[in-house]
Design a protein around this ligand. Structure first.
Ligand SMILES: Cc1ncc(COP(=O)(O)O)c(C=O)c1O
Length: 344
């Protein structure tokens, strides 16, 4: 049976050309900073994002956690959106590693209300935690791949500046936002101290994330990465895949974004699905199925027919379009999903 895997854009497998690029990469020991492929990738990324330095990371989670370690001190408080990856999916890492407290603020689209952020910033009093950092996520995963606008980022940055706070961006899927808005990457991240980006999502590599920031911050990040066991040796093998992705897959992200709209337009033809097409900004299509339908039954029935999906709570189903899915596969998936919903 042909499987159509819509659970995430992390499920892609490297094609032969990417594997060839990996195998042909020049290698060295990156703990001694001697891997030419990693060095090339890090320099390219720092330049592309307009920051001083960049550092290869094994995962997006490690890149975010190291960013928190770099930007905060023990006991600080960090403002995050309540559905952000850092708050929702990083297994309380900030309380274990940075020993900080997260201050989650709810939003409907990943953009926390500015007044609520303002109210959450602590006064400088000894019996209160010190607010030191604001984190944003672009695109926003649990808000269905929505794009955080530059106008909003500028407002948060103004507030951060007034209050002497740092800013971190979880840009795991910044590529999708960049392609959808045509805003240059360096402009999108100008206001942030640190940025994490992933290659193992829309860019289609098997492994690889990068933390980007100032020379001083990356110096601290190198130490934290080593402490966390992320100092890798001949990692040019993986960086080679990222360089390949920059050259060959970045432009294909546009196709994913467009295919997601196509898929969403097919899904809304079902009366059992609620989906706001205006909220499909990039490659994630989250839809709600009727309350009377058991979401686990639905996901299981889809699986039996070869369609893999993810229930993310509240009868909401997340699907993610990626490199390994064609428009025809999405059309077929939408037909199967709709017919299963009719049966339930
Ligand atoms: C927005 C966001 N940030 C970070 C991550 C973590 O990446 P990784 O799975 O490489 O740890 C993910 C993973 O899905 C994500 O969606």
């Amino acid at each position: 049976m042909k499987i159509i895997d819509l659970r995430s854009d992390t499920v892609t497998k490297p094609n032969n050309d990417m594997l060839k690029a990996m195998i042909e990469s020049d290698l060295g020991d990156d703990v001694y900073f001697e891997d030419p492929t990693v060095n090339l990738l890090q320099n390219k990324i720092a330049q592309l994002f307009g920051k001083e330095e960049a550092l290869f990371m094994p995962s997006g989670t490690m890149a975010n956690q190291v960013a928190l370690l770099v930007n905060t001190n023990t006991g600080d408080e960090v403002i995050v959106e309540s559905d952000s990856h850092i708050f929702y999916y990083e297994t309380a890492g900030p309380s274990i590693l940075s020993r900080i407290q997260l201050r989650p603020i709810k939003s409907s689209n990943g953009e926390m209300n500015i007044d609520e952020i303002k109210n959450a910033i602590r006064d400088d009093i000894y019996y209160l935690p010190k607010t030191s950092l604001i984190c944003l996520e672009n695109t926003h995963n649990r808000h269905g791949g929505m794009i955080i606008t530059q106008e909003y980022i500028n407002k948060v940055a103004e507030l951060a500046k007034e209050n002497n706070l740092k800013m971190h961006l979880d840009g795991a899927r910044i590529w999708n936002a960049h392609k959808a808005t045509h805003i240059p990457l360096h402009q999108m991240v100008e206001k942030f101290n640190t940025i994490s980006v992933c290659f193992s999502k829309g860019m289609g590599t098997p492994v690889g994330s990068i933390l980007i920031g100032s020379k001083e911050d990356i110096k601290k990040a190198i130490k934290w990465r080593k402490i966390l066991g992320g100092g890798l040796r001949q990692v040019g093998l993986l960086a080679g895949a990222c360089l390949y992705a920059l050259e060959h897959n970045l432009d294909k992200i546009d196709i994913d974004n467009q295919n997601a709209k196509f898929f969403a337009n097919e899904l809304i033809k079902s009366s059992r699905i609620s989906l706001n097409i205006d909220k499909i900004h990039t490659n994630i299509v989250t839809f709600k199925i009727e309350d009377k339908i058991n979401p686990n039954d639905f996901v299981t029935k889809c699986k039996v027919k070869g369609i893999l999906l993810m229930h993310i709570g509240d009868n909401k189903i997340r699907t993610v379009v990626h490199l390994d899915l064609t428009k025809d596969m999405l059309l077929e998936a939408s037909k199967i999903i709709k017919s299963i919903l009719e049966e339930l």
